[in-house]
Design a protein around this ligand. Structure first.
Ligand code: ASP
Length: 332
C-alpha cells in the first residue's frame, strides 16, 4: 500500500519558528473480521480519528490526542478494548494498555486491568504521575483509585458478542484448538493511535482486551514497550495489533523504528517488519506508523484491519487490503 503524508510546514510570522501540521492515525484491530462487522468498525475508526484530530487542531499535545482517540474506541463495542473487550477463559474482561511520549521516551503501561472503562487513561496517568512505567493487576486498581478514577461493574464491560465468541472458542477448543485464541468475528480488534503534534512531538497508544479464551494471567504485546507501542520524536511512532505472542517475540513496534532509523520510510519499514514477522513466526499482525515528519505506514498480514487518518482536510480510511476510501473532513 503506497500511502504518503507529506508534512506541510507553515511559517508562524513574528516568532521565527515553524510549526508542523499535526497528523493522527488510528487502527481498530487486525484479524479475520467478518462482513457484518465492517461498517461498525469503519464508523468507529472515523469517530476515533476525529476525536484525536479535534485535540490537535486546538493546539493540544500528541499524547492527549492519542488518548482521546483510543478512549473513543474503548467505549465503542465494535472494538476489543474497554467496553466490548473479549473474554478470558473464565469469562472475565482483563485489559492491557500502553502510551508513550516520543519527546522524552516516557512511558505508561498497565496490565491485567479489570473494573475500569478506560485503561488508556490510567496508563497515561502512570506516565505523568508515577515513578514507575508499568503497573499490573491489583496495583493498577490501587493506583487508579488513588488518582481518582471511577470503577465500573466488571459485567458492564461484557457484550453479547464477546460472550458468544467465548462460547465458540470453548467449543472449538474441545475440537482441538488450544489457548491461541482467535482473531475472527469474536476477536473484534485491539485499538491504537499515533500522532505528531504541531510542536513535532510524537506519541503512540494501544489498548486491548487481548484474545478470546486467553488463560488467566496471560499478558499480550499491547502493554509492552517496543512490541505493542513505541514513540520517539527522532524517528516516529508505531501501534500494533494481531497475534500478541508473535508480536512480542519479534518486538514488532521497535523493529519498525529501527528500520526507519536505518533509512527506510514509514511505509516500507512497516511492510517489511510485518511480512518479516509473519514469515518467521507464521502468525499475522497489523500496524500503523507515522514518521516524525508525518509520513504514514499501514500494513496488515491479516485479512482485514480498520484504520483511518486525516490529511489536508480529508479523512482517509479502509479495512480491506489495498482499500483507501476518503471523504471531506466536515467542520464540527
Ligand atoms: N495483540 C492483542 C493481544 O494479543 C490482540 C489483538 O491485537 O487482536 O493481546
Amino acid at each position: 500500500m503506497k500511502l504518503y503524508l507529506p508534512i506541510l510546514l507553515s511559517f508562524i510570522s513574528g516568532y521565527g519558528t515553524y510549526a508542523a501540521q499535526p497528523v493522527i492515525i488510528v487502527h481498530g484491530g487486525a484479524g479475520d473480521i467478518s462482513e457484518s462487522r465492517v461498517q461498525g468498525k469503519l464508523d468507529g475508526v472515523k469517530a476515533a480519528v476525529l476525536a484525536g484530530q479535534k485535540i490537535l487542531a486546538a493546539g493540544g499535545s500528541a499524547l492527549d490526542a492519542v488518548e482521546a482517540a483510543v478512549m473513543s474506541m474503548e467505549k465503542d463495542e465494535n472494538f476489543n478494548a474497554g467496553y466490548g473487550s473479549v473474554l478470558n477463559v473464565e469469562g472475565e474482561v482483563v485489559m492491557d494498555a500502553s502510551i508513550m511520549s516520543g519527546k522524552d521516551l516516557n512511558l505508561g503501561a498497565v496490565t491485567l486491568v479489570k473494573d475500569f472503562l478506560h485503561p488508556i487513561s490510567i496508563a497515561h496517568k502512570v506516565l505523568t504521575d508515577s515513578p514507575h512505567t508499568f503497573i499490573g493487576g491489583e496495583g493498577v486498581k490501587l493506583f487508579a483509585l488513588e488518582k481518582g478514577f471511577d470503577t465500573v461493574p466488571p459485567e458492564s464491560l461484557v457484550t453479547e458478542s464477546a460472550k458468544k465468541a467465548l462460547e465458540d472458542f470453548l467449543q472449538n477448543r474441545e475440537l482441538g484448538k488450544t489457548e491461541t485464541g482467535n482473531h475472527d468475528e469474536g476477536g473484534v480488534g485491539t485499538v491504537g493511535a499515533v500522532a505528531v503534534d504541531a510542536d513535532g512531538h510524537v506519541a503512540a497508544a494501544t489498548s486491548t482486551g487481548g484474545m478470546t479464551g486467553k488463560a488467566v494471567g496471560r499478558i499480550g504485546d499491547s502493554p509492552l514497550v517496543g512490541s505493542g507501542t513505541y514513540a520517539d520524536d527522532n524517528v516516529g511512532g508505531v501501534s500494533t495489533t494481531g497475534h500478541g505472542e508473535s508480536i512480542m517475540k519479534y518486538c514488532l513496534a521497535h523493529s519498525i523504528i529501527k528500520l526507519m532509523e536505518d533509512g527506510q520510510d514509514a511505509e516500507t519499514a512497516t511492510r517489511n517488519a510485518v511480512t518479516g514477522m509473519t514469515s518467521r513466526l507464521n502468525n499475522t499482525a497489523g500496524v500503523i506508523t507515522l514518521s516524525k515528519d508525518g509520513d504514514v505506514g499501514i500494513h496488515f498480514s491479516s485479512k482485514r484491519m480498520a484504520w483511518a487518518y486525516i490529511k489536508n482536510n480529508q479523512v482517509f480510511y479502509g479495512i480491506d487490503q489495498d482499500q483507501v476510501l476518503e471523504e471531506p473532513l466536515l467542520a464540527t
